[in-house]
Design a protein around this ligand. Structure first.
Ligand code: SF4
Ligand code: F3S
Length: 104
């Protein structure tokens, strides 16, 4: 599966949702997640994200993000249509540790 990681938080560009052939993105207040059981590993979303927040879970160190994606994909509503990025998207792009600061 592919996973959405930290840099999506407070950017939420949503380019990713338009290209997913199985519509497996789910939307929270300030970031998106991918449903790991629905993702077919096609990889087309990865280069679409301007924040480079989407990664294959085969990359090392993404266990935490796989858990976060799985947990919230089962709770949040599906999103398939692109919308305006968050107002602070440009300033927040590249900030580190967003999950710790803005989510938990
Ligand atoms: Fe959707 Fe493919 Fe991205 Fe998985 S890798 S979330 S199936 S676009
Ligand atoms: Fe987030 Fe990138 Fe999609 S910022 S909403 S994963 S295009």
């Amino acid at each position: 599966t592919y996973v959405v990681t930290d840099n999506c938080i407070r950017c939420k560009y949503t380019d990713c949702v338009e290209v997913c052939p199985v519509d497996c993105f789910y939307e929270g207040e300030n970031f998106l997640v991918i449903h790991p059981d629905e993702c077919i590993d096609c990889g087309v979303c990865e280069p679409e994200c301007p924040a480079e927040a989407i990664k294959p879970d085969t990359e090392p160190g993404l266990d935490k993000w796989l858990k976060i994606n799985a947990e919230y994909a089962s709770i949040w509503p599906n999103i398939t249509i692109k919308k305006e990025p968050m107002a602070e998207a440009k300033e927040m792009d590249g900030e580190v540790g967003k999950f710790e600061r803005y989510f938990s």
